[in-house]
Structures are given as structure tokens and as C-alpha cells.
Design a protein around this ligand. Structure first.
Ligand code: FEO
Ligand code: CA
Ligand code: CA
Ligand code: CA
Length: 609
């Protein structure tokens, strides 16, 4: 085991070889158990899952579809915890027989649509440790909760109540039904759950019929289809009129926010915080500045979109008093929203798109956090604070922020203080009519993505200046355009499309991938030290079944369990219930599920050992 300066990675597991197996594959000496599957009953009175006869009433009390972000909140002194999970989207073609994606119809309509509304959102599930390792679900009456696409939520912050957020059903512009496409998220230091609404445009039709040209232009910038969405047409407007922008032109502005949920209070109303801006939010991992303010790092996951951060105006209150909690629950309602501008330190002609390092030996440079809005004050000419927060992409365009290769999770490493950003991929970088390579996004046709390492000035998350460098250029290590922080490429695992990030207690970086088979292998988890002689020694820890994306990762505070959300198993072109591409996890139709992974046998139980 390598060590330097007393720092050991502690990563000694045998890597899992690339494979295309229809199972979760873990290293020797490890095992996994399914904790909760799509359709498992989680609320009192919920029926058992019945694929052939699913109903909205059942789904509203069962675990939702396409589990993504996973949070773990220990319940003090009980050995139990709350698992909180996003349900990003529905694979209608895998959930129902006979679905026609061209018309957005199925033989079971309209009940099929109501099921999908209930399969979106968030689940809160109580779990308890198993003797053997890992966790199992508890059908808790106290905490278990389903949040769906129909759950009332409150808009907060400077844009709440703005004219663009008012609808016929909600003339005050402050109450929205549901959250959509919740992808990654964040944990707050005050013990709440954050969830990012990502590709919310795909649920709406008829943006081209909106009369106001400013609204129409905004919808276009966010990728709303003029008639039907570009992908994933589900026909929801036939059950919920508000998804037809010809009938409710403002409904689309009420999605695309970071949602905060108090998992310990099942009666609490989820809140959409406009102060954190409206983009296709991946996550919002949150830490504290040196003076105790909340800092949330956020990616807008689309090609050539931006990296953001929010810094709260007020400091977090310490302690467990009711007053402290009430104060902390308001922190994300007021603050400053920044967007990142990256500058390289090498001549642009040395950044030729091949991935070859420039003559100074690094893709690196400096950067600044450009303020867009602070409280009610806008820094963007011609836009009010509320307009910046609703049309955040348009505001960031105006200040010349850096166009990135699909920003996903961005998270501060609690051990070394640096911030890591996953740029998942961008095959259009350098293509005709698109931006070419720059030092922070140095490869043309960036098929496999990269990871940046950011050092905030003074190691303060609230700083407005930073230094950065490319940590990984992903791909098959035989591909000369790859880079693993300078580590010997003969020893690392192939990796494509980094998405979700996490850190273990020693500060090693854990990466979940979402490649759609770009390297001809299943997606999975990877672990890589960021310090010492093993910096860049990236190894595959786990793989997920055919067609699935690996989400999470979540390592428990005792370091003995890692959760993986297996999203969309069997999502393969042409797959359907009559022709499934995966039979995971139970031999029937594929079911998105959360698994816990743990060590077996005697000795060291720490994940990664
Ligand atoms: Fe839903 Fe950005 O991955
Ligand atoms: Ca994601
Ligand atoms: Ca350089
Ligand atoms: Ca992704």
C-alpha cells in the first residue's frame, strides 16, 4: 500500500474487469443485496408490485422509477437511517406494453400517464443495518414518504411570485405541483436533502404556440420543443393540461430548480429555491464557507452549458434547537449566484483538441466566479434579479461564462478541500458550428468526458477566484488522448462518462458513470486516489447490469456500506416488455433498484479495502 506524508489511499480491492454481464458485479470479498426496487411497497396500505396491472393508486405508495441520487441520513442511536432517493424519469417503453413513442400513447391510457406522474419525484425510505452487512428496508409509518409529480411545492426566493411564474391554477405564482427529472442532488450541513430538476423540458408540448416572444425565446434556449419534445414524448398533457404550453404558457418556468426536502418531517412542503437559478440542474452539493455560509456547487447538464455556485447571505446556525433549524431552512432563499469563467495558462495554439498536454505539462489555469445576482440586485444589464433567476442560461450567456462539456456533479472533497467537477462528455466539441477546444475542455469530440480539480482561493468555498487543472481525461487508457493525472496507464481501468461523485473518509474520489455503452462495457463505480503516489490510479469497483447507469454513490459514515442506484436496467434501443434486454434484479422485467454493497468474511470491513 502506497503512502506519502502519512496519507494512504487504503484502496486495496481487486478491480472488477470490464464486462457486459446482466448483474451487479462487485470485487472479490464483497457482496451486494437489493434494498428497494421500483414498485416495492413503502407506504402503509401499498399493494405488492404487479407489473401487468400497475395502477396510479399503487404507484403513489410504492418506490418510484429510475432511482438516481441517493442520500443517507442516520437516525441517531437506532442503527437505522433514512435513504432518500430521486426518481429521475420514466422509461415508458419498458414499464408498459404496447407504448408508441411517436404518438405518446399506450393501450392503458390514461391510467398509464397517471402511473408515470406517480413514478416520478422522490422517495424517503427507512432502512436498518443487516447482520451480514448492508441494509434492508423498513416499512416505516413514521418517516416513509412519496413525493411525486403532483405533490404541492412552494417557490421561494427573489423570483417567487414573478409574473412568469403565475398560472391559472396558481395566480400567486408560489405553489407548483411536483418536481420533474430529479437527477443528482446534495446534502446540506443542516441535515436536509437537495434535488436538482434536470431535463424538465421533455414533459411539455407546444412551446411554439406561446404568444410572448420573450417567453418563446426562453423556451427555445432551454430546449423545449415547438410542438412535441425532441425526445421522450409521453403525452402527459392529455391528463394534465398544464403540460400543454398552448394552454398554460407559464408552467414550464416553474420547473428547473433545486428542491429542498426535510426528510425528518414527512409533512413538510418541499421548496423550490429560485435563488439557486433555473437551469437543467444536475446536483447541488453543499458545504460551508470559512465564515459559515452555505455554498452549493451546481452543474447545468447539457453540451456547452455552465458551472454555477450559490453562496448564502446568512451563516448557518449551530446546534439542534428548533430556532437554529428554522433559520437554516431559510439559507437557500437568499444569496449570490455565480457562474464560472475558466482561463487557460497555455497558448491556445497548444490546445489542439488531441488531448496531448501543452508544453507546460498541464491543462490548467485560473478562473473567476462571475456574480449574476445577489438577493434582489442583478449584475446582468437589462435583466432584473427575478429575470436572471428564471432565465439563468440567458444571463450566463451575457457575461461570457465558459461553455463546458456537460457539467454533472460538482463536489468539495472534505479531506483536501478541493472541488471536483465531472464533465460527462461532449461529442460536439469542435464540430462544425460549435465551440472548439479550450484548456478546460481540451478535447474535440470528447466522447468519454473528463474531471476537473478546482482550488478555491484561500481554500474558501466563498472565494471569487480559483485555480484549476484537468485531473482525468477519460476513455480507454490505450487511447493516447486519455490522462490519469500522470499515473501509469497500464494499471488503470477504462472509464467513460463520469457523472456522480463522492468521497470516502480518506478523500479518495468515487465516480459513477453514465456512458450508454460508449466503451462497449457496462457502466459502474470507480475509485481513484487524489493525493500521494497513487494519485490517478483509477480502478473499477463495481459494474451494473445491461443498459443500466450507475448512480449514487453513497458511502455510509461508518465506511462499511456503499449504495448504488441502478438506474434504467434494460434501456437498450428496441427493448420492450416483450423483448427485454435485462432481467435484473429478479428474473422478470427489469426494475430500477438501489443496492447496498459490503464486505463479507472477517477482517477489515471498510469499503475499498
Ligand atoms: Fe441526469 Fe446529468 O444526468
Ligand atoms: Ca446524473
Ligand atoms: Ca497549462
Ligand atoms: Ca448523466
Amino acid at each position: 500500500e502506497a503512502r506519502r506524508g502519512g496519507r494512504r489511499s487504503g484502496l486495496t480491492f481487486e478491480p472488477v474487469p470490464p464486462n457486459s454481464l446482466d448483474d451487479v458485479v462487485v470485487p472479490d470479498g464483497y457482496d451486494y443485496e437489493v434494498v428497494v426496487r421500483w414498485g416495492d411497497p413503502i407506504l402503509p396500505g401499498a399493494p405488492e408490485f404487479d407489473f401487468e396491472n400497475q395502477t396510479a393508486e399503487a404507484q403513489s405508495k410504492q418506490f418510484g422509477y429510475n432511482c438516481d441520487y441517493v442520500a443517507f441520513f442516520p437516525l441517531r442511536g437506532s442503527g437505522r437511517a433514512l435513504l432518500v432517493v430521486n426518481h429521475e424519469y420514466t422509461n415508458t417503453e419498458l414499464m408498459f406494453r404496447g407504448f408508441n413513442p411517436a404518438t405518446g400513447t399506450s393501450p392503458e391510457d390514461p391510467e398509464r400517464i397517471r402511473v408515470e406522474l406517480m413514478a416520478h419525484g422522490i422517495s424517503v425510505v427507512e432502512v436498518r443495518g443487516r447482520r451480514r452487512g448492508g441494509y434492508e428496508m423498513v416499512r416505516s409509518r413514521r418517516y416513509n414518504r412519496r413525493i411525486t409529480a403532483m405533490t404541492p411545492m412552494r417557490l421561494t426566493g427573489p423570483a417567487a411570485g414573478h409574473e412568469w411564474l403565475r398560472t391559472e391554477a396558481d395566480p400567486g405564482g408560489r405553489t407548483v405541483l411536483g418536481c420533474l427529472n430529479n437527477c443528482a442532488g446534495g446534502l446540506t450541513p443542516w441535515g436536509t436533502y437537495l434535488s436538482g430538476e434536470e431535463n424538465f423540458n421533455q414533459y411539455f408540448v407546444n412551446a411554439g404556440a406561446v404568444e410572448d416572444p420573450a417567453k418563446r425565446a426562453s423556451y427555445e434556449r432551454y430546449g423545449f420543443g415547438e410542438t412535441l419534445p425532441d425526445f421522450g414524448y409521453r403525452g402527459w398533457e392529455r391528463v394534465e393540461e398544464r403540460f400543454d404550453l398552448a394552454r398554460e404558457p407559464n408552467e414550464g418556468f416553474r420547473f428547473g430548480y433545486v428542491v429542498e426536502v426535510d426528510p425528518f418531517d414527512p409533512e413538510s412542503v418541499p421548496r423550490k429555491h429560485t435563488a439557486l437559478g433555473r437551469v437543467k440542474h444536475e446536483g447541488a452539493e453543499t458545504t460551508l464557507s470559512r465564515d459559515g455560509r452555505a455554498v452549493s456547487y451546481m452543474g447545468d447538464d447539457e453540451r456547452f452549458e455552465y458551472v454555477y455556485k450559490f453562496v448564502s447571505s446568512r451563516r448557518m446556525a449551530r446546534g439542534n434547537s428548533r430556532r437554529a433549524r428554522e433559520h437554516n431552512l431559510t439559507l437557500l432563499e437568499e444569496g449570490t449566484l455565480y457562474v464560472a469563467r475558466f482561463s487557460g495558462d497555455s497558448p491556445q495554439q497548444e490546445i489542439d483538441g488531441s488531448g496531448e498536454l501543452p508544453s507546460d505539462g498541464a491543462f490548467d489555469g485560473t478562473g473567476e466566479w462571475v456574480p449574476l445576482v445577489s438577493g434582489e440586485e442583478s449584475f446582468v444589464p437589462g435583466m432584473s434579479a427575478a429575470e436572471v433567476l428564471i432565465n439563468t442560461r440567458l444571463a450566463a450567456d451575457r457575461v461570457g461564462a465558459t461553455k463546458m462539456d456537460r457539467p454533472e456533479d460538482i463536489e468539495r472533497n472534505p479531506v483536501n478541500g478541493r472541488v471536483y467537477a465531472a464533465l460527462t462528455n461532449n461529442t460536439r466539441r469542435g464540430a462544425a458550428g460549435n465551440p472548439g477546444p479550450d484548456e478546460a475542455n481540451p478535447r474535440t469530440n470528447n466522447k468519454h468526458g473528463h474531471v476537473l480539480e478546482i482550488s478555491e482561493e484561500g481554500d474558501d468555498p466563498a472565494a471569487t477566484r480559483f485555480r484549476w487543472r484537468v485531473f482525468l481525461l477519460c476513455g480507454d487508457p490505450d487511447d493516447p488522448s486519455t490522462y490519469f493525472a500522470g499515473y501509469d496507464k497500464d494499471q488503470v481501468s477504462p472509464i467513460s462518462s463520469p457523472d456522480n461523485l463522492a468521497f470516502d473518509r480518506r478523500g479518495n474520489l468515487w465516480i459513477a458513470t453514465d456512458s450508454g455503452g460508449a466503451l462497449g462495457q457496462n457502466d459502474g463505480f470507480f475509485a481513484v486516489p487524489v493525493e500521494g503516489p497513487e494519485r490517478g490510479y483509477l480502478r473499477q469497483f463495481l459494474t451494473v447490469p445491461v443498459g443500466a447507469e450507475a448512480c449514487g454513490p453513497r458511502i455510509t459514515p461508518d465506511q462499511r456500506t456503499i449504495f448504488c442506484a441502478v438506474q434504467h436496467p434494460g434501456e437498450v434501443d428496441g427493448a420492450s416488455p416483450d423483448n427485454p434486454a435485462s432481467r435484473w434484479p429478479d428474473g422478470g422485467q427489469p426494475r430500477p433498484s438501489v443496492v447496498s454493497v459490503f464486505k463479507t468474511g472477517r477482517g477489515e470491513r471498510r469499503i475499498g479495502s
